[in-house]
Design a binder for this molecule. Sequence first.
Ligand SMILES: [Zn+2]
Length: 319
Amino acid sequence: MRNPSVNSTYEAQAEALLASIKAGVAPWAKPWQSLGAQRNAATGRLYNGGNALYLAAVQAVEGYDHPLWLTWRQASKLGGHVKQGEWKNGRPVLWFRLDEKVKTDENGEPVLDNNGDPKTVNFWRSGCSTVYNVAQTTVETKKYQRLLPEVMPEHKRNTEVENFLAAVVEGSTFTQQYTGDRACYIPALDEVRIPPAKLYKAIEEFYATHLHEYGHATGHKSRLARGLGESAFVNREGYAEEELVAELTAAFLGAEFQIDGRCQHAEYLGHWFKALENDTRYFYKAAGKAKKAAAWIKKAASRGGYKPGEQPQPMKEAA
Ligand SMILES: [Zn+2]
C-alpha cells in the first residue's frame, strides 16, 4: 500500500479536525482518555502533538473504544489483519526521525574530512504512514491490553496535581491570586487570577483552569515570548491562536494528570474552524507551541520541587 504524502496528510488531518469541531467535539476536551493516550499498539509509543490531536478527533467522531493504532504490517505481525471493508479507512500520520547523510559540495561530490573520510550531517527525515484503529482489525484484545491507560484513584490524582500546581508557582516568577469570578492571565502584571475552588462545579475544572492560565503565562516576554499584549497581538486572530495554545497546553498536561477538563473558550471554535479551513497546518503550529509551553511548565514544576508520587502539600488558597 502506498504511503500518503506529507501535504495530503496535513489535509486529511485538518479535515478530521474540522469534522470533529463541526460535530461540536473539541478533540482535546477529554484529554487523558483520548488525547494523552494515543499510542501505537505494536510499539507502545505515544503519538504526540498534531498526530495525537488528529487521532483523538478521529476516535471521538468514529466512537472507537481504544486510542490504539496499527499499521497494516503491524496488524499482521500481531496475528490479525485489517478487516475487509476497512482497507480504505486508514488514517495518515506523520513521523520525524533524526537521520544522517554524507555532506556533498555544489557538484554533488562528498566532502572529505582531514582523514579523507566523507563528512556527515544530521537532518530530519519525515514521512507518513497509514494506521488503523485496533477496532478496524482482527487483532485480539489480549495483544494490546497492557497498553490501555491505568486509572489513578481520584484522591491520588488530586494530590499529584495539587503538588504539581503549587510547584509550578514556586518555580516561576509570575504571581497567582484566587479572586474574582473569571480566570485570566494579565501580561502587564504577569499575574494569574483564578476564581476560588468553591465557584467550580467540579474540582477537575478548577485544576484544568490553572493549567490553562499557566499556559498563557508561558507566553510572557521573559519566558517563551509569544507576543502577549503587544500591538500585533491585539487583534482577534492573535487572541484566538493564543487561546488555542492555552487550551492545548492544558490538554497535554491534563492528559498526564488524568484530568478531563472542558473546552474553556467555546466562543473561539468558529474562529479556529475558519483558520483551519484556510491553513491546514494551523492546529499543528498551535500544538507545537503548546508542546513547548507544557515543557516549560513541567520544568518550572521541577524547579519548584515537584516530584511525582510525593505526600500531599495542601494548596495555598487565599480565602
Ligand atoms: Zn485563555
